[in-house]
Write a protein that binds this ligand. Sequence first.
Ligand code: FAD
Ligand code: NAD
Length: 480
Amino acid sequence: MTKQFDVIVIGAGPAGYVAAIRCAQLGLNTACVDQWLDKADKPSLGGTCLNAGCIPSKALLESSELYEQARHGLGSHGIKVEGVDVDLAAMMARKDKIVADLTEGIAALFKANGVTAFTGHGKLLPKRQVEITAGDSDATELLAAEHVILAPGSIAADIATVPLQADIVVDSAGALEFTKVPKRLGIIGAGVIGLELGSVWRRLDSQVILLEAQDSFLPIADEQIAREALRQFSAQGLDIRLRARVVSSEIKDNQVTIEYQDDAGTHSETVDKLIVAVGRRPHTHGLFAKETGLLLDEWGVVHVDEHCGTNLPGVYAIGDAVRGPMLAHKGSHEGVMVAERIAGQESQVNYDTIPSVIYTLPEIAWIGKTEQALKTAGEDYRVGQFPFAASGRARAAGHTTGLVKILADAATDRLLGVHMMGPHCSELIAEAGIAMELGASSEDLAMTTFAHPTLSESFHEAALAVSGRALHIAQAKRRR
Ligand code: FAD
Ligand code: NAD
């Protein structure tokens, strides 16, 4: 018998589970189908983000940074520490416990909100029916709804020259599960995952080599920040090689030899583990029956309009499977928008104010347009920047690397972009997000009182610097 719902969500990552909860809050009878199983084959809600992405990577970034601080960061505070060592099994167990607690938390939220959870693979059929296949069995269950939200997320992209090989050539999920610190670690791709996971394993004493195909480093970030970040990461010991095109890989005696080409010719490196981190692609395999006519683009991205409606009436798609940045908070925001639109509200997502963060040390965070994008578009803008080296709080904390940079419209003074590198920028960027969402100008920020001594004062000083009146750095004279 077909079970009837108001809304069926396929996928319980941060896009899908948030959509399901919001639908239920709005009084819609909601089902959510998810296929993720943990190591013990138990359902584990939360998708990539909770199980093998944002959360476990941040747990390891935190632990590995504490190790680095204990060894190298405390002496300057007059704190002597001896015999610091890593218990990798305990570090991994802590990470697994955090993941388990949070995924169980989603199950509890489903219960509290009245979302019906189904475990198994969901497939969209014509007329907004969804067929669920559980595990390897042939048994299926049929659901139907007025509205279906597709939130299948993404999977790691692969490259033909470097096939994955259990435990030795791995994707990001495998790189969160190493049982031994690799002596030499290769990473293909110096993007967000390469830098975050490279940082984790470097801090734990791996010698890390990143092979990046592009000739510029972090082209998605502001050029000035990317240049400074490359300098910082290289000084930390991340061996980042640009313009490196991997042509082959071979596994022998539990090691991988990678051959790659750059402007200087062909080179080879032998490493103990290799992480392939060359981007992610939508997870649409088996998601829908052909007869539905669901439209995808040539990359497998589900085609949607500005409100996440697909080409099929009553069918929506959100999160990593659709256009836009592959970020958890972007997917969640789309989930809320779609749920509220189903309930008859006029919700929107402001795609211009989605923050991006790279959780390295220093952290990199930005929102809005980069300076290079403004230049290319021929927009007239003013720049204000302030280095953390001039911040009393950053000095007290011993984290003086980096800066805050504000780009403001030359005519209206409205913020167009904010770029940061430095301590706690993942948190500081929220201030810029609120300011941009409310249409603030640099003058609005200049008029705001910030507590002293805080890192936020650097944001204030950067706003003052837009009109040449930063107080704690000497600026070339502009208007006063
Ligand atoms: P997912 O989280 O991928 O969830 C989709 C869910 O749907 C999965 O459980 C999947 O099994 C299930 N599913 C798929 N198809 C079906 C089907 N047919 N039937 C049933 N279930 C199905 N983003 C950030 O914003 N901040 C970070 O710090 C961050 N760190 C990351 C670190 C790593 C190592 C990785 C890999 C990613 C990271 N991301 C981060 C990206 C973030 O994880 C994704 O943007 C986010 O998880 C996407 O959410 P989603 O709900 O669209 O998809
Ligand atoms: P990415 O796009 O950030 O980086 C991939 C890198 O690999 C790029 O620099 C690309 O030029 C390079 N590359 C591609 N093919 C290559 C090849 N054959 N040889 C060498 N280099 C190659 O993707 P990612 O790091 O895999 O992360 C995937 C997604 O997950 C990202 O879109 C990101 O938004 C998301 N993510 C976000 C966070 C965060 O928000 N902090 C953390 C991790 C992942």
